[in-house]
Design a protein around this ligand. Structure first.
Ligand code: SF4
Length: 265
């Protein structure tokens, strides 16, 4: 049986830690493993830097898969921003390009089985629901099988020396800089850290006239991006998020293990 192994990197901490975990504990598979990243071409610069760093640390190239029709092209023809209600972006910019890549691979290499390794942790087991429905690929969850929790992932990244992605200093998610899932506070942090990208997002929103005319806000549910950065709104948002942060209680994952002593890497 001709088998193939792929790990889908997101540019975030979990999938990165999985690559290091597999190198250490599944070396035979890691040797044959292809690392892939579905590039929306709209990621924040820190994500691209982190991917370069991963390649160096693991001494392995990452295949960067790009959509045939990119975001700008889609917007130019549809004039329709993605949103909570119309999340067309993940399918067109990430899922479809990965599926096409895998289909081609299967034909080209005459594969019988493709294993796709996914960095879902044990404390997120609910996210594995629905797995196994894809006939093309067999999804694998090594972190779930090996009881790896959030703190374990952080230990892996710390002890291997690669650390967390740099964007963790100001935001918690990888993904497009204009992702509509980011909080209003994260939008402000984008404005502070990458004003050029904030401005680009603002232009998408502003140019998408149909959207604005219908009285809808665009990427963010509370403010249009143009209004968000008015001094009085910045003040309001900062005050609100200071209260939210101070009320937040961190839930500690139940298991702590010490993977990867620095000496083993
Ligand atoms: S990161 Fe956000 S905007 Fe980008 S593809 Fe994913 S859901 Fe869509």
């Amino acid at each position: 049986m001709k088998e193939y192994h792929i790990l889908s990197l997101s540019g975030g901490k979990d999938s990165t830690a999985l690559a290091f975990f597999m190198k250490e504990f599944m070396p035979e598979i890691f040797e044959k493993l292809e690392l892939v990243f579905c590039d929306t071409e709209k990621e924040i610069p820190e994500t691209y830097d982190y991917l370069n760093k991963i390649e160096i640390f693991l001494n392995k190239k990452i295949t960067r898969i790009k959509p045939k029709k990119g975001f700008d092209n889609i917007i130019a023809t549809t004039n329709f921003l993605p949103s909570h209600k119309h999340r067309w972006c993940t399918g067109l910019l990430k899922t479809q390009p990965l599926e096409n890549y895998i289909k081609n691979l299967k034909i080209r290499l005459q594969l019988n089985k493709i294993n796709l390794y996914i960095g879902i942790r044990c404390d997120e087991i609910v996210r594995t629901k629905g797995a196994g429905k894809n006939q093309l690929i067999q999804e694998k969850f090594p972190f779930v099988e090996n009881n790896i929790y959030k703190n374990d992932v952080e230990n892996i990244l710390k002890n291997t020396g690669i650390g967390m992605p740099d964007y963790y200093k100001w935001r918690k998610r990888s993904g497009c800089y204009f992702c509509f899932y980011q909080s209003t506070n994260d939008w402000l942090k984008l404005y502070e850290n990458h004003p050029d990208l904030y401005k680009k997002a603002m232009e998408y929103e502003y140019n998408d006239c149909k959207y604005i005319k219908n009285g809808r806000m665009g990427f963010n549910m509370e403010f249009s991006l143009k209004d968000m950065i008015k001094p009085e709104n910045i003040k309001k948002i900062k005050e609100k998020y200071t209260i939210i942060e101070s009320e937040k209680r961190e839930i500690t994952p139940c298991k702590l293990i010490n993977l990867f002593s620095p000496a083993t890497i």
